[in-house]
Design a protein around this ligand. Structure first.
Ligand code: 4AD
Ligand code: MG
Length: 439
């Protein structure tokens, strides 16, 4: 293995910046994705994480040692190359390197992932390597953009980032999906949602949000469920259900717009039909739970008033809409204990889910929080939750209670929709699913 860099003062550049160095000599450090030789000319395609670059060497362009080194390169070998850059419309990224020197950093063993079709399980078992593929790189770049958009948007709206804890003493979203762990001599749970802590934060700072992982022991093996997923949760003091619905709408318009602009190339490589995303403009469609039930009946589904929308129901509703769809006023019985009742019908709650179009279904859950201490205590009992664990939470109603509302938006489901993926498993670097904890 040779030392880095090759020699001399050639600048080490990222492939993404190659256009700024046309005509100049540069160094690139990366991995070989393709190699072929015609006897007198060798072609390499390198990946450095920022892009792909084709490199070409004629027999006379490089030393004999370098020529032989290049000839030994296997897929995924790591290399440092030096050469001059020229524009070439046929090359990926539009820039080609004329090689002057090649250093092998590490020759790779025969690479297990080949261009042939592999099954999903095989690819998931090799997720640590699969991340190197063009498709996975496109998806994860869009993910980073979506997360950046979420946070930038909230910052601009005047919300303060306040992190919620991961170890929690009690349930937020119901006890059935809690992951229990030991916390010295106590029991603790991995957080299902940072919401309750955001309520405390919002009553301290007015407008806050957290961004972090959430854990749910959901025995669901669907294209929408992960055991560990990432969520952004804004909370807003003195705001109502209507205020957060408007906020969600602005957030989604901004996020989709930014992905379309900043990640156009990646969306194209995923063959995403972006004309559908371009239609994500305010105002979004919205319907009351009662109307959703009527629509489901009209579609021939045997849906019972009072139950929660299931995956198929959401698919049917969200297929009928071009924009995201807000479904409001779910029955209190299918929502967690903290939802404010609907003053127009006490059986319902001031809740709202946002369903992504094209059949994707729920990407946001939220609503207005319960203001009354008395009712809150009753609901905690009805849900079989221990009052002591919620004393601190009840303090928020004792000291300067105010109406407040918020929501949680899941990164993976939002990304699956924006990137046009049919399963959430590719939306997170290392998915945790019902039957998958490795790698
Ligand atoms: O609807 P959920 O359960 O809402 C809450 O957790 C609220 N406490 C949020 C709040 O108001 N602060 O979850 C919110 C979102 C869902 O709409 C979905 O996008 C995502 O989190 N989500 C999941 N994503 C992947 N896999 C799972 N198992 C998910 N469960 C929820
Ligand atoms: Mg939900």
């Amino acid at each position: 293995m040779s030392s880095l860099p090759i020699a001399g003062t050639t600048p080490w550049i990222r492939i993404a910046d190659a256009r700024d160095h046309l005509g100049g000599a540069v160094e690139v450090r990366g991995w070989v994705t393709h190699h072929r030789s015609s006897g007198k000319v060798q072609f390499l395609v390198l990946r450095d994480g920022s892009g792909l670059m084709q490199c070409v060497a004629g027999l006379k362009d490089v030393s004999t040692d370098d020529w032989e080194a290049a000839a030994r390169l296997t897929q995924e070998s790591s290399v440092v190359v030096r050469g001059t850059l020229r524009a070439d419309t046929r090359a990926p990224g539009g820039v080609e390197m004329g090689l002057q020197a090649v250093r092998i950093v590490a020759l790779a063993e025969p690479y297990p992932i080949s261009p042939k079709e592999h099954g999903t399980d095989f690819l998931m078992d090799h997720r640590h390597l699969w991340l190197r593929s063009t498709r996975q790189q496109a998806i994860l770049r869009i993910r980073a953009e979506v997360v950046g958009a979420f946070r930038d948007f909230m910052d601009r709206e005047g919300f303060l980032l306040v992190d919620s804890p991961i170890f929690t003493p009690s349930a937020c979203e119901g006890t059935s999906t809690l992951f229990e762990t030991t916390y010295f001599d106590q029991k603790a749970y991995l957080t299902q949602s940072g919401q309750l802590y955001q309520e405390a934060a919002a009553l301290a700072f007015g407008r806050t949000y957290c961004f972090g992982p959430a854990f749910r022991a959901e025995k669901s093996k669907t294209r929408r469920h992960l055991i560990e997923f990432w969520m952004m949760e804004p909370e807003w003091a003195f705001a109502t259900l209507e205020d957060v619905i408007a906020l969600e709408e602005r957030l989604l318009v901004y996020t989709v717009g930014r992905a379309l602009e900043a990640r156009a190339e990646e969306l194209k490589s995923l063959e995403r039909d972006t004309t559908k995303l371009a239609r994500v403009k305010a105002p979004f469609a919205r319907m009351h739970y009662d109307e959703a039930v009527a629509r489901l009946h009209a579609a021939g589904l045997p849906f019972e008033w009072g139950s929660d929308l299931g995956g198929t129901d959401e698919t049917v509703l969200s297929e009928q809409s071009e924009t995201p769809l807000f479904v409001t006023h779910y029955p209190a019985a299918v929502k967690p204990f903290y939802m404010e009742p609907d003053p127009a019908d006490e059986r319902l709650s001031l809740s709202c889910d946002c369903l992504a179009p094209e059949g994707y279904g729920e990407i946001i859950g939220g609503g207005q929080r319960m203001a009354s201490l008395e009712l809150l205590e009753r609901r905690i009992d009805e849900h079989g939750l221990p009052q002591e664990a919620f004393e601190w939470y009840k303090d928020l109603r004792r000291y300067g209670s105010a109406p407040h509302a918020g929501f949680g938006i899941g990164v993976e489901r939002t990304l699956a929709w924006i990137a046009g993926l049919d399963h959430v498993r590719e939306t997170i670097p290392f998915p945790r699913m019902l039957y998958r904890l490795r790698p």
